[in-house]
Design a protein around this ligand. Structure first.
Ligand code: TRP
Ligand code: ZN
Length: 915
């Protein structure tokens, strides 16, 4: 019985430490699909043997969900009724033979009714079959040992109606253009995947899809056929995706010595997909929002995201597919690593400084919130009820930063060597994070035992610093301190081992060469300090004159800097810090401080005014950097900190005051610098005849153009509406057109609705653009925001069955429209709870994603807390509540008492999930 580690009788949390190797292994998997919309017949023939490493050999428990069993044969003979048992989660073969045997299973599934989009399904708006098997979707296709440590070769035959589904595809090698006619209006084809893989990497697609083709020759000379398939109407918008594949393949060869290993590489896009994309071996499946796009139909940010996700899924071919994970608790092994790899890729294709800034900002806005809330978990979690719930910012992004720190500690060269060793040693195996760190440690000779705590400790470490300069001895003593607050399920925290990159800036604005006490010669101007204890002092020698410290350069560790620098120091660093990330961070810190102060004044009924010092510092950026410098960087320097970042500095959030303060700051910056902003706006207009390119130069220009427009619109003047309208009308690319529409959406002018209507009419056949249109309206500040969103749920452009639609409208409203979501009467919360309850039966995975803003109740005042809790209680009381939604809601509700009594203090508890 212990055979099935993922056996889950009563939906309680599973424990990482309960892992047991499988008692049976499947060496070969032969699948036959007879595709029909509502009755697909699946025949599987499995070659099974006992696992020598798990000598128990009890019953064989295959996972299965929503399946109709037709027949079971063992070694060619029908199994007697007494020899097997079917439950709603398993097919149990009670007494399997000692010797290897074959198991033949036939079952039926209904792809048409599969609105969960897990397993084999037909998307709402398309006539194709497609699959999603990660994490546990394969068991919704056929009975199987659906766990990542069971690796098998797959041979797949797909049969379908020839006319309706001319293309039939699965993993591995095959030619989708060469099928066998079966004579009865149906045809079939076989696919072979020579690489052993777990079932979560299985994929199948059938349909009539337009495609484009290309080739890539690997560095050892293997010719790879590349094809991208997209829904009708998108086939002329996938060239950028094709370029991105080729760049990814080349980059992984150059940077990680990883070569592609099949004759074909296929990507298929669909309009209904639960996530961004999926790395199925040789047959990646993508959400259309992350595949189709060109200058006219996608923004610069979107095109760069498409390139990044194509890279991400392609890089999984090694970090995930060739070397896979032992069990789902180890998810960061493949996701943290693959995110790190895609981050490096994007930095190499575009700009390292901008990428550092964006990744750090994203981590702070999304993951820091998660790490401080009721669902906080380590990057390698210990208890999980629903594995679909751990596709989080913590496992992906924080996981990637933990690996990034390891890379910093090892150095680039050693990292590469160690990564090669990792891939070689574990090729074809299912391994753990500990296995990974063992290799890093072995190859580098570093002791990483302390560093490993990053894998088991949740919560964001808080870093403080203080410096003391002694002119007589020319020494600068830098004290670094760290502390991690208790998180919802872990009361005790220990000091972590983290690389802190620092610089010291002299009075002339130049970095000074750094020598630590004991050094024989002066070192470089940026240095990585190894912080391992709660508190450590670092002594720098030969320091000429007082200095301004620049701490956590390049965001060298995923921590929160707590020390508040003085306004003068922030201004100084905004001007002089040689580290792009830290220069940006100084601006963010200063602007955040000012917005928070102004919000306090607004709450107290006082006039809220930004200090002249900040306005001058902004003026300096506008007058010097904007002219000489990097435009993308200037745009970043002028961006106000986001709502999600601002709320993290507050005991109790007052959304209206915070939003009003940010608006006021923007308006006062405009007031002080209208001339410069207008000049920069004009200077960043796209020159006529300019050929659109996604280069740092052009992307930076367009970013600064949109950003200055946003400032120019801060006074809500008729004049601003005219400028935005003109930009909207004359735009030759989506970046500028959507930028103008967004600016107009913040103005309550006749031009606003006119542009929204025009935008819809112009692009209604492109589902991705329509989603942007829904998103812009979901975030609109003016008017009755909730009513607007409710009305849009009735619009022809919306469907509850399409995840992108739900996320673009309902998700964007809850996470991106704090003013209306946090309405005092609680109607915003009620709307979100209604949506979650509705999705519970349609697509619970999307429902679970949507519920998250409600889990943040502790950040708000008592009245709002009660209203949010009321809705969480309603969700919890939903009949047949999905266990993933329930896991999240239960975690939040478990902290309720601490919340109503004491406000923001996290409640330390030993913590079970489903108490
Ligand atoms: N492995 C995918 C990725 O990160 C994530 C993913 C795709 C996924 N589809 C999913 C996760 C469905 C859970 C459910 O590249
Ligand atoms: Zn991934």
């Amino acid at each position: 019985m212990a055979n099935d580690f993922l056996f889950d009788p009563d939906s309680n949390a599973l424990d990482r430490l309960d892992y047991r190797p499988p008692e049976y292994l499947i060496d070969e998997t032969d699948l036959h699909f007879d595709l029909h919309e509502t009755e697909t017949r699946v025949k599987s023939k499995l070659t099974v043997r006992r696992n020598p490493d798990a000598p128990e050999g009890g019953p064989l428990m295959l996972n299965g969900e929503d399946l109709k069993l037709v027949s079971v044969k063992l070694d060619g003979k029908d199994l007697d009724r007494g020899d097997f048992e079917v439950t709603d989660k398993h097919l149990i073969i009670k007494r399997p033979p000692e010797q290897p045997f074959t198991l033949e299973i036939e079952n039926e599934i209904n792809p048409k009714e599969n609105t969960m989009l897990s397993g084999l399904y037909i998307p709402e708006q398309e006539e194709i079959f497609c699959t999603q098997c990660e994490a546990q979707g394969f068991r919704r296709i056929t009975y199987y040992l659906d766990r990542p440590d069971v690796l098998s070769t797959f041979h797949v035959t797909v049969e379908a109606d020839k006319e309706k589904y001319p293309l039939l595809m699965s993993n591995g090698n095959g030619d989708p253009t060469k099928t066998t006619d079966l004579g009865n209006g149906r045809h079939e084809i076989s696919w072979d995947d020579p690489h052993k893989k777990p079932a979560y990497l299985f994929a199948l697609v059938a349909g009539d899809l337009p495609y484009i083709e290309d080739k890539f020759v690997t560095r050892s000379g293997r010719e790879v056929e590349l094809r991208i398939f997209a829904p009708e109407g998108y086939e002329d918008k996938i060239d950028w995706a094709m370029e991105s594949i080729k760049k990814s393949m080349k980059w992984d060869e150059d940077t990680y010595d990883r070569e592609y290993d099949l004759d074909v590489f296929h990507i298929v896009a669909t309009t209904s997909f639960n996530a961004g994309a999926m790395e199925n071996k040789g047959l990646n499946i993508f959400n259309i929002s992350l595949l189709a796009g060109d200058a006219e139909t996608a923004t610069d940010d979107r095109l760069i995201a498409i390139e990044a996700v194509i890279g991400h899924e392609y890089f999984h071919n090694w970090s995930g597919d060739r070397v896979t994970l032992r069990d789902w608790f180890e998810l960061t092994l493949k996701e943290g690593l693959t995110v790190l790899r895609d981050r490096q890729f994007t930095a190499d294709m575009h700009s390292q400084a901008i990428k550092d800034i964006e990744d750090a900002t994203d981590l702070k806005a999304r993951q820091f919130i998660e790490d401080a809330g009721p669902t906080a978990h380590p990057i390698r979690p210990d208890h999980v009820a629903e594995f679909d719930n751990i596709y989080t910012g913590t496992i992906y992004e924080k996981g990637s930063h933990v690996l990034g720190m390891m890379r910093t500690l090892l150095g680039t060269e050693t990292w590469r060597e160690a990564m090669n060793e990792y891939f070689d040693r574990f090729d074809g195996q299912a391994v753990t994070c500990d296995d990974f760190v063992d290799v890093m440690q072995e190859v580098s000779g570093l002791d990483l035992s302390h560093f490993r705590k990053w894998y088991s400790q949740a919560g964001t470490p808080e870093l403080s610093y203080s410096g003391e300069y002694d002119a007589a001895s020319k020494t600068y003593r830098l004290t670094l301190e760290q502390e991690t607050k208790p998180t919802s399920e872990q009361a005790e925290k220990e000091a972590l081992y983290m690389p802190i990159s620092v610089g010291l800036i002299g009075q002339d604005g130049k970095d000074i060469p750094l020598s630590l006490k004991g050094d024989t010669e002066a070192g470089p101007t940026t240095r990585v300090l190894h912080l391992k204890k709660d508190k450590q002092v670092f002594e720098f020698t030969n320091v000429e004159g007082p200095v301004v410290p620049s701490i956590l350069r390049g965001f060298s560790a995923p921590v929160k800097v707590m020390t508040k620098a003085s306004e003068d120091e922030l201004v100084f660093r905004m001007k002089h810090d040689s580290d792009g990330y830290n220069r940006f961070d100084a601006a963010q810190e200063y602007m955040a401080k000012v917005v928070l102060d102004m919000a306090k004044d607004i709450e107290a009924g006082k006039e809220a005014k930004a200090p002249a010092k900040l306005l001058n510092a902004v003026g300096h950026v506008l007058s010097t950097d904007a002219k000489s410098g990097d435009k993308a960087f200037v745009a970043k320097m002028l961006e106000l900190p986001s709502y999600s970042i601002l709320v993290q500095s507050l005991e109790v959030v007052n959304p209206d005051a915070l939003l009003d303060a940010a608006d006021k700051l923007k308006e006062q910056i405009l007031d002080a610098h209208q001339g410069d902003l207008a000049t920069i706006y004009q200077a960043t207009i796209t020159p006529p005849g300019d050929k659109y390119e996604v280069t740092p130069k052009q992307v930076g220009r367009r970013a600064l153009h949109n950003l200055t427009l946003d400032y120019l619109a801060a006074d809500k003047s008729d004049e601003a509406a005219k400028i935005a309208k003109l930009q909207y009308d004359q735009a030759t690319n989506m970046t500028e057109r959507l930028g103008a529409l967004t600016a107009l959406s913040e103005l309550d002018k006749p031009e606003t609705q006119a542009a929204l209507d025009n935008f819809y009419d112009r692009y209604k056949s492109n589902t991705n653009i329509v989603d942007s249109w829904l998103g812009v309206q979901a975030r609109m500040d003016g008017g009755d925001g909730l009513e607007r969103v409710k009305k849009l749920t009735e619009h022809e452009a919306f469907s509850w069955k399409v995840p992108n639609k739900v996320r673009s409208l309902v998700g964007a409203f809850a996470a991106g429209n704090p003013r209306h979501f946090h309405r005092k009467d609680g109607e915003g919360y009620k709307f979100l709870a209604d949506a979650v309850i509705k999705l519970n039966t349609i697509n619970p995975r999307v429902g679970a994603g949507l519920v998250k803003p409600l889990l943040e109740f502790k950040r708000y005042d008592k009245d709002r807390q009660e209203l949010m809790l009321e809705q969480l209680d309603r969700v919890k009381a939903t009949p047949k509540l999905d266990k993933g939604i329930r896991e999240l809601v239960d975690k939040a509700l478990a902290t309720r008492d601490g919340a109503t009594k004491k406000g923001n203090e996290p409640k330390p508890s030993g913590g079970t999930l489903a108490a």
